[in-house]
Design a protein around this ligand. Structure first.
Ligand code: AMP
Length: 114
């Protein structure tokens, strides 16, 4: 059996995280290495390696995750806007192979990304 990812270990409460939201489908917590004044990760509890593994069966889950993102953006004071990012695979810069959405805000964000 393959090793649990660090995010699965957070879901299973084996390691701590600064959790800002939890429900039956997902978890959201502050990134340990924030790239903006607000940098939260929103992850499904379902083990999906990356956006590249999403299927039509995950449509409802994705809708739920984006609803949580919208609620958190409001709760965290991002009324000026924010960015949602999912890094996918090596060239995408993904380091943890459990699907996650970065919610970034609290400052103007440059475009294009590096
Ligand atoms: P990515 O590079 O898109 O796969 O993003 C992984 C993110 O997880 C990075 O921004 C890391 O800073 C963050 N990260 C890694 N370990 C932890 C942890 N234990 N708690 C919170 N964030 C983490």
């Amino acid at each position: 059996m393959s090793e649990k990812t660090i995010f699965k270990r957070i879901i299973d409460k084996e390691i701590p995280a600064n959790i800002v939201h939890e429900d039956e489908l997902c978890l959201a917590f502050h990134d340990v290495n924030p790239q903006a004044p607000v940098h939260v990760l929103v992850i499904p509890k379902k083990e999906i390696a990356s956006a590249n593994q999403l299927t039509g069966d995950d449509a409802e889950l994705l809708g739920h995750l984006f609803g949580v993102i919208r609620t958190l953006a409001q709760k965290l004071g991002l009324e000026n806007g924010y960015r949602v990012v999912t890094n996918c695979g090596n060239d995408g810069g993904q380091t943890v192979y459990h699907l996650h959405f970065h919610l970034l805000g609290g400052r103007p964000l440059a475009w294009p990304p590096g």
